[in-house]
Structure formats: structure tokens, C-alpha cells
Design a protein around this ligand. Structure first.
Ligand SMILES: Nc1ncnc2c1ncn2[C@@H]1O[C@H](COP(=O)(O)OP(=O)(O)O)[C@@H](O)[C@H]1O
Ligand SMILES: [Mg+2]
Length: 427
């Protein structure tokens, strides 16, 4: 069951709202219903947000973001359509039921902090629990803990105006965390912050999300912020959904010209990660094999280097054809001394922008290694360069021109790579 589900949601402001829904559901643009004297803020919006997901709603000012989010927590009643929270259709609840569900399940963080100026930071952070009727000691305790999570331990007794903008927004976030709701809605929560503080807050949100596993619906008009935070992004245009997808899907396969133009300016190297551009590690060499077998494997795959990987896929290092060939000629039978173990390793989540330096330094493709030290992919230099190309044209094909960088990668027209079993070693 999705945490949040919006189905054919409409919000039309004005008297002739239901007539407007009829026309809009027939596919009319909102400019074509001007005679009805209504504002069509949200038009036929449907999506599902999974528990634990960061779902970003992105669009220009006036595209209907705030209206949409206020329908999700029941502050605004949809003109048509439904909103389900954990399977409950909130459009059917009474006022009291709705308030109870909201205080237990949904917190909201606003752009302008919405802190009480004469209450301490601690009391502000405890506010959501106060609304819910939690006893004073308990709510202050939870608020204290939440302030610690956002890095504000020690600031509990201050007043909001004694804090910087970034810190005030942390109080807003702490309030949402203290309330311990599964769902957090954030409406342009970082938009008023200076760029550096904003980046800090984004990083902290991602970190908190990774440890607490909240379901977050985050609204922004900033594409880079959307790409950085969103597991998936819903692009709104004039009240309608233009596209829903991951940052990569939206970058590489924009649904229409509007989205394509929107993403043109995005710094692709900040959005794409090592895991999104890496290629399968083929061939790999088992360290138990001798130099002669290693040489044959490289020649069979028409490559002049290869990674050495244990049976559990642990990366040991890399070998080069030259050194191995020499060893074979001089009768060396052990691979051990021939393995270059000081090779560049990168994490799958590293932004492509941060890979160039390492790639330039290394004679091998970059080895992408997971938290357990397993080789999960390789990134030849040419792949990195191809990742910079915009979506149209040779989109999706990140393997680059056939003969560039042939020194370290098997050329695409090379014979089928050595068969590998599940452990990634050769059969
Ligand atoms: N209460 C309201 N009454 C009439 N029009 C509204 C109301 N709230 C929002 N709108 C209109 O709905 C459209 C979408 O607004 P909004 O949801 O605030 O967009 P966003 O948050 O993306 O900037 C705008 O044209 C806005 O003027
Ligand atoms: Mg808004």
C-alpha cells in the first residue's frame, strides 16, 4: 500500500468549479476555460508515494504545488478526486477525524518557518505534540531529542530570533521529527535560505531520511534541488503533471519539450552518480588463477587490463597485459606480485562531477566498489565523457565512440565477454 496516493485530483477556485472539471477532464487547457472565471490550480493529478520515499513536486511559481500539498494533508478540500493516506481516503473523513489523522500521521514544514516568536526553541519544537495533547514532560523530551538530530543541542532555551535562518528552519524540521509522524510535507522549506546553508540542509535531510526512513513530499521550484533530493520527481506544469520519474529518467528521457527545456540547464554531473554510468566489470580475473590464464582472459576479451576479484566479488586490484605477458615469458606462476592494489575506488553514490579527477589520475577504468568492498561496476574514462552529453541524440548510449579509450575497455564490437556466474567470476 502506498503511503500517499492522489487519484485524479482537481482543485478549481471559483464558482463554476465542477463545470471546469468537466471541461478540463476532456483535455482542455486551463487557458481555454477563461470564460468560466475560475482558477484551475490542480488538474487531474495522480501519483503514489511509497513509504520511505522522498517524492519531490517541482514546478514554476503558480504551477499548483502549494495547492496540491494542502490537499494532501486535508487543509484544502479537492474539487474532485481522492487523497489516500495509508489507504484511508481523507476526503471522506469528518473534520475531527481528519485533524486526528493529520496530527498523528502528517507533519508540515513551511518556507517561512512558522515559529512562535515568544516561545523557546524547545517549546517550538514540541508544538506538534502539544497539539496532539501529549503531556508536557514527554513532549519536551521528544523535542529535545529531535533538536539533537538536527544539530541544535544546546539551543533549546533560545528564542527563534536569536537563531540564523538556517537554524530556524532546523527548528521547523525538528518540530516535524518530534511529532514522529511517518509523513513529512515540506513546502519550499529551503527556498528562503542562502545557497550554502541550503545545500547543508539538503544534505542533512538526506542523512536524516536515510536513518529515520520518513516518507517525505518535498516541494520546490528549483530543479537542482529536486534532482538532489528526490527519489522520484513529479514535474507540474500549469496544474498538470508533465512527468513523474527518477532524476535520471527525467534527464535522459524527458516526456515532452517542456521538461526537456527545463532540464537543459541542469548540471548533469551533479545528478548522475557512479552507479548510473558504470558498466559491468568484464572481464574479471580470479586471484587463484595464474598469469597465463589471466593473459588469456584479457586477450579473449581484447582488453589490456582487468580487475582481479575474489569469488565473493571482493576487489583485490587490477592487472595489466604488459606486466602479465612479461611474467609469463619469464616463467612466473603466481599472480600475487603482479596485482596493482593501489587502484582508484569510488562509491556507487559518488556524483559524476567528483569522478573526473580520479579518472584522470588512473591508468585503469574507475572501480566502483560498494560498502562491502565488492566490485559492482567499472567506469572507463570515455563513459564519463559520454555521461556529459545531453539527453537527446545518443541518449541512453553511454558507451561512447567505439574506438576511443580502447586501451582500457573492450571495444563494443568485441566478441561476447567471458561467461560469468553469479559471483562475477569466469566460468
Ligand atoms: N485560495 C485561492 N483562491 C484563488 N486562487 C488561488 C488560491 N490559492 C492559489 N490560487 C491560485 O492557484 C494557482 C496555483 O497556486 P499555488 O498552488 O500557490 O502555486 P505554487 O505553489 O506552485 O506557486 C495560482 O494561479 C494561484 O493564484
Ligand atoms: Mg507555493
Amino acid at each position: 500500500m502506498p503511503a500517499v496516493r492522489a487519484a485524479q485530483l482537481y482543485k478549481i477556485f471559483g464558482k463554476r468549479a465542477s463545470r471546469a472539471v468537466q471541461l478540463l477532464s476532456d483535455g482542455r487547457h486551463r487557458d481555454e476555460i477563461g470564460h468560466l472565471n475560475v482558477t484551475a490550480a490542480v488538474i487531474d493529478v495522480s501519483f503514489e508515494v511509497r513509504a520511505g520515499e522522498i517524492f519531490v513536486v517541482m514546478g514554476l511559481s503558480g504551477s499548483g504545488k502549494s495547492t496540491l500539498i494542502r490537499m494532501l494533508n486535508g487543509l484544502l478540500e479537492p474539487t474532485s478526486g481522492s487523497v489516500e493516506i495509508d489507504g484511508t481516503d481523507i476526503t471522506r473523513l469528518s473534520g475531527a477525524e481528519l485533524r486526528r489523522l493529520r496530527s498523528r500521521k502528517i507533519s508540515m514544514v513551511f518556507q517561512h518557518f512558522a515559529l512562535f516568536p515568544h516561545r523557546s526553541v524547545l517549546e517550538n519544537a514540541a508544538y506538534g505534540l502539544e497539539v496532539r495533547g501529549v503531556a508536557r514532560e514527554e513532549r519536551l523530551e521528544q523535542a529535545r531529542h529531535a533538536l539533537g538530530l538536527v544539530g541544535l543541542a544546546g539551543w533549546e532555551d533560545r528564542l527563534p530570533h536569536q537563531l540564523s535562518g538556517g537554524m530556524q528552519q532546523r527548528v521547523g524540521l525538528a518540530r516535524a521529527l518530534a511529532a514522529d509522524t511517518d509523513i513529512i510535507l515540506m513546502d519550499e522549506a529551503f527556498s528562503a535560505l542562502d545557497p550554502l546553508i541550503r545545500r547543508d540542509m539538503q544534505a542533512q535531510l538526506l542523512e536524516l531520511q536515510a536513518t529515520l526512513g520518513k516518507t517525505i513530499i518535498f516541494i520546490t521550484h528549483d530543479l537542482n534541488e529536486a534532482m538532489r533530493l528526490g527519489d522520484r520527481i513529479c514535474v507540474l506544469r500549469d496544474g498538470r503533471v508533465a512527468q513523474i520519474g527518477t532524476a535520471e529518467e527525467i534527464l535522459n528521457d524527458p516526456a515532452n519539450d517542456y521538461v526537456a527545456q527545463f532540464v537543459e540547464d541542469v548540471d548533469r554531473t551533479r545528478v548522475l552518480t557512479a552507479s548510473s554510468v558504470m558498466e559491468p566489470p568484464i572481464p574479471v580475473i580470479d586471484p587463484a588463477n595464474g598469469p597465463r590464464a589471466a593473459l588469456r582472459t584479457m586477450r579473449d576479451n581484447q582488453t589490456v587490463s582487468a580487475f582481479v576479484v575474489r569469488r565473493n566479488r571482493q576487489l583485490v586490484g587490477a592487472v595489466r597485459e604488459g606486466a602479465i605477458g612479461e611474467a609469463v615469458r619469464t616463467g612466473v606462476t603466481e599472480l600475487d606480485g603482479l596485482i596493482d592494489t593501489g587502484i582508484e575506488r569510488v562509491h556507487p553514490d559518488t556524483a559524476v562531477a567528483d569522478l573526473f579527477h580520479q579518472a584522470a589520475e588512473s591508468p585503469y577504468p574507475l572501480a566502483v566498489v560498494d560498502d562491502d568492498g565488492r566490485l559492482v561496476g567499472v567506469i572507463p574514462r570515455v563513459t564519463l565523457l559520454a555521461a556529459l552529453a545531453p539527453a537527446n541524440g545518443e541518449s541512453g548510449d553511454r558507451s561512447g565512440p567505439p574506438d576511443a579509450d580502447a586501451v582500457v575497455t573492450p571495444a563494443p564490437e568485441a566478441p561476447a565477454p567471458a561467461a560469468q556466474d553469479d559471483e562475477g567470476r569466469e566460468r
